[in-house]
Design a protein around this ligand. Structure first.
Ligand code: HEM
Length: 583
């Protein structure tokens, strides 16, 4: 630098100033980059920690095991503490990781003014849906407007009458695809991850936009595979998987999935939203964004025309949103504003929120059912007892599935949610200086409430009662002493109890489960997600035996894209004299 300046054309005053100021700027940058610790909260030490914080450790973990959240809760175990701090973002305050059911429940449901929607989440989703509610703090004045737009989405009538038929239609399509694949695979396992993600996309995109069948990824795949008489099958190795050719993605699905999957960059990269914003400027992403916008505009315009002619004819969530806006506009004597950014982002947010989360959860569920043959056959027996009299040799109708009252099915679903860990931590940001488990938490700190470690899937850390918040202490009796000895096992019966009349029912406090989070900012689409998962599980178990997959293809390791998905999503399906579709 000295020699470069000496030969430069700058006047000597400027050179002197640069020489004095540059080291100061460098020192300032270094001091900003050095992780600032929260006093008293355990953290990883060591020389690299001094400057880079935990970034090298996290990056090396993600290289071996592509999951950030398992690394986070592993730090609690490593440091032997229910509360730890990690430093994984340059120039940013450390994150706090809490691994304890009671404290997570307290933060999410009772300390909602002190802990709000996280800036981490805003950075993850902010590039694609800056006007979606998921990016907003609870005191954001836009939140109310957005909530008004989507207020009827999860109403039982909307879900049962308009949305469930869409989800059901798409589920029967994936059943048909798997029938074709199971026949071609001749008893060999095959990968389901992509099919399940595509089916979930078809389902949620159908529910939100009522997309045409030409946009269905699953139908394109059926068209490709059904005419094939055979595919190469490894003859001398029963454990080897069969692979199938893939149909090209329909353009709208391709664009939306490209955009949605790109969010993983913001989630995993130490530069988070910045990194994702840069990626979003590439020609491929810009093109995908333009296709998505054009598709929404077209659907909004045609639905607005249709709803003005015949109000109340709701076929998807977009119709419901428009109907809300038309009613509000008429009431307020103004023109409807159905092309606001809030409208576009809320509609697309439903796809982002519902696509990968739902498919990942179903995949984990199917893996557990294939590994637990007893639970699977008990579920089938219970479904047959409830449905055979009306359904006979066809798939149950969507109305029959909705009306099902089978406690064992509800218990299986609850156990799938508990073990899926497709969302393995919930995040909040402190809105003021406060304390958590006896430690000072500075305003602005991101707090990760890990649900994939101690207190959930393994015994909790012992915590002195006086370290808990006042509200947590007050709710002590709401949380049970669970038997952690069996929590690593898939046991749906843990949720079943007898009520005072002796009827079997599900006890939702029987085990620690908060997959959809808790409190006012928990999952908005939970009901839709549960409905979709219920329809899929019933149809799969009705149509196929899920045989145990050979060990070499049966790992329960996960990969985080946006949700945590199995790395090995193999299933071995045996068709049970395939049911016909309802007339
Ligand atoms: C198995 C399926 C699903 C899982 C595991 C899941 C999980 C979650 C989680 C963990 C959150 C964050 C909650 C928090 O910060 O406390 C969330 C938020 C959200 N989810 Fe889901 N979700 C699922 C399905 C869906 C579906 C189907 C939709 C849309 C139709 C959806 C829409 C949303 C929205 C809009 C939010 C933001 C809510 C807000 O800002 O208040 N989710 N979800």
């Amino acid at each position: 630098m000295w020699s470069a300046l000496a030969g430069s054309a700058f006047p000597w005053e400027v050179q002197l100033t640069l020489l004095t100021v540059s080291p100061l700027i460098l020192a300032l940058l270094i001091s900003l980059a050095i992780p600032r610790r929260l006093r008293g909260i355990p953290y990883n030490g060591g020389i690299t920690m001094w400057f880079l914080g935990d970034i090298p450790s996290m990056v090396s973990h993600i290289r071996r095991k592509p999951e950030m959240y398992t690394w986070l809760s592993a730090q609690n175990v490593k440091l032997g503490s229910p509360i730890v701090q990690v430093s994984v973002r340059p120039f940013a305050a450390p994150w706090v990781v809490v691994a304890d059911f009671r404290e997570a429940q307290d933060v999410l449901t009772r300390r909602t003014k002190t802990f709000d929607r996280a800036t981490f989440i805003k950075n993850v989703f902010g590039t694609l849906i800056p006007h979606g509610m998921i990016t907003m703090k609870s005191d954001d004045p836009r939140l109310h407007t957005n909530k008004m737009l989507v207020r009827g989405f999860m109403a039982p009538t909307t879900l049962n009458e308009a949305i469930a038929p869409q989800l059901y239609k798409k589920t029967l399509q994936v059943m048909e695809l798997w029938r074709v694949k199971a026949k071609l695979a001749r008893g060999h396992p095959f990968e389901m991850t992509e099919d399940m993600a595509n089916a979930a996309f078809d389902g949620i995109a159908g529910a939100v936009f009522s997309l045409d069948d030409v946009e269905s990824i699953i139908l394109a795949q059926i068209r490709l595979l059904s005419p094939l008489g055979s595919v190469p099958v490894p003859e001398n190795d029963d454990a080897a998987a069969v692979h199938f050719p893939k149909a090209p993605m329909p353009p709208i699905a391709d664009a939306i999935i490209t955009l949605t999957d790109s969010i993983a960059v913001a989630f995993r990269s130490p530069l988070s939203g910045w990194h994702h914003w840069l990626l979003s400027q590439t020609p491929r992403m810009r093109k995908a964004y333009a296709i998505k916008e054009h598709m929404i505009t077209q659907h909004l315009e045609s639905a607005a025309k249709r709803l003005l002619e015949s109000p109340g004819n709701i076929t998807c969530l977009l119709d419901d949103l428009l109907q809300n806006e038309l009613v509000a506009a008429a009431k307020e004597k103004r023109a409807p504003d159905y092309k606001s950014r809030a409208v576009y982002d809320e509609l697309y947010e439903m796809v982002i929120g519902g696509y990968e989360t739902t498919s990942a959860t179903v995949l984990w569920g199917l893996k557990h059912l294939s590994n637990n043959q007893e639970a699977q056959s008990l579920l089938r027996t219970e479904l047959q007892r409830a449905l055979l009299p009306q359904a006979g040799h066809r798939f149950p109708t969507v109305e029959e599935i909705i009306a099902l009252r089978v406690p064992y099915l509800d218990a299986v679903l609850e156990e799938i949610f508990r073990m899926a860990l497709s969302a393995s931590a919930h995040v909040r940001t402190a809105t003021e200086d406060t304390t958590l488990l006896g430690h000072f938490i500075a305003k602005g700190t991101n707090v990760f409430l890990a649900i994939n470690g101690p207190g959930f899937t393994s015994p909790p850390f012992p915590i002195r009662e006086e370290l808990r918040s006042r509200t947590s202490q007050g709710a002590k009796d709401e949380v049970r002493d669970w038997d952690f000895g069996t929590l690593g096992e898939f046991r749906p019966e843990r949720w079943l109890v007898r009520d005072e009349l002796g009827n079997e029912t599900v006890d939702l406090s029987a085990a620690p489960q908060m997959l959809f989070s808790l409190g006012p900012r928990s999952c908005f689409g939970r009901r839709l997600g549960v409905l979709s998962i219920k329809i899929t599980i019933v149809c799969v178990v009705w149509a196929f035996d899920l045989e145990r997959v050979p060990d070499e293809l049966n790992s329960f390791e996960g990969v985080e894209v946006l949700s945590r998905t199995p790395i090995q999503g193999f299933l071995k399906l045996r068709e049970r004299s395939f049911p016909s579709a309802p007339a």
